[in-house]
Design a protein around this ligand. Structure first.
Ligand code: NAP
Length: 295
């Protein structure tokens, strides 16, 4: 039977401990090094295998190194790992930052990559249960990509290669559509509250069925077909009334009209692209949204 490679992890937090638990089916989990001994021990308990350590000097050789510290600690953790002199030519080192690329793991004969799962690792067990099907953006040297692609496909991920030079832009897309979507959902619920509705729990929000249906429409057809509402209809007066209400609400937040304007302008561009309304009404709406005067 082939011996499975050993994977050690520096920084087994939300992402690191989830990936180690999933990868334990494919590799032997070696050592786990967190900032504190207690945290290393807790990570190993969650993963179900591995040796907790609390000091770089205790690290032994491994075939694969996952550096899953917060982004700002990846480069220094890698340098500290290099300084231990246990890295061997051909060892694979990777990190999972969405915005940093593999060139921060430089100056070695190792195989290096970054692999960014498009997954929100809020709670490790929930992430273990829901990881299957997660797209993972990878870049790095070809040996690293081949190994990571095989490993991550085996745990149900969908690895794909990304152009290193465009990685920051790729990550901005993920932030805009995932993180900002949460902010937008929260704004919607807050505006309902300003309109006199009780503050709903997110699960009970009256907007929830509409939002879920919109997502279904988007993924079943296209952005142009999923866009409904006043901008898609070229209804200037309704857009003007909304903007006025957001600007004059006594309990409104100053950011609401700005968000409404920015997303409204993007919606005008989408409506134009899909020829959803005539060019004259869309132009009037665009002018309205570009002005910052209170109506
Ligand atoms: N969370 C997500 O949704 C997500 C999604 C995609 C990618 N990522 C990427 O995954 C990486 C980790 O993020 P995370 O959310 O899992 O972070 P996290 O939950 O904060 O975990 C970070 C872990 O790193 C340890 N650590 C911090 N500094 C260290 C050091 N100098 N040496 C050793 N261990 C150290 C911490 O140990 P202690 O517990 O002892 O402090 C903790 O266990 C980041 O690169 C992030 O960009 C995260």
């Amino acid at each position: 039977m082939p011996i499975s490679p050993v994977l050690s992890c520096i920084g087994a937090g939300r992402l690191g401990s989830t990936l180690c638990k999933l990868l334990a089916q494919q590799v032997t989990i070696g050592q786990i090094l967190n900032s504190t001994a207690l945290s290393s021990q807790q990570a190993v308990e969650f993963i179900g295998t591995g040796d907790p350590v609390d000091n770089l000097k205790q690290l032994k050789a491994a075939d694969i190194w996952l550096i899953a510290t917060p982004d700002e600690a990846i480069a220094t953790s890698f340098k500290s790992l290099q300084a231990t002199a246990i890295l061997r030519p051909g060892d694979l080192v990777f990190h999972c930052s969405g915005v940093l690329d593999s060139t921060i793991l430089t100056g070695s004969l190792m195989s290096c990559a970054s692999l960014h799962p498009l997954h929100s690792f809020a709670e490790p067990q929930r992430s273990v249960d829901s990881f299957h099907g997660t797209p993972c953006a990878m870049e790095g040297d070809s040996a690293a990509l081949a190994k990571l692609s095989a490993l991550f496909s085996a745990i149900g991920a969908r690895p794909f290669e990304i152009n290193r030079d465009q990685k920051v832009l790729y990550h901005a897309a993920a932030v805009m559509s995932c993180n900002y979507l949460v902010t937008l959902l929260d704004i919607g619920d807050n505006i309902l509250q300003a309109a006199g509705l009780e503050q709903p729990e997110p699960t009970d929000s009256p907007l929830r069925p509409l939002i879920e249906q919109t997502l279904q429409n988007y993924y079943a057809s296209s952005a142009q077909r999923a866009l409904t509402g006043p901008i898609a209809r070229g209804d200037h007066d309704t857009v003007a009334a909304h903007l006025n209400a957001l600007q004059t609400s006594s309990v409104g937040q100053p950011v609401w009209p700005d968000v409404f304007r920015s997303l409204g302008l993007a919606s005008v561009a989408l409506a134009r692209r899909g020829k959803l309304a005539g060019s004259a009404p869309l132009e009037r709406i665009e002018k309205l949204l570009q002005t910052d005067k209170t109506l």
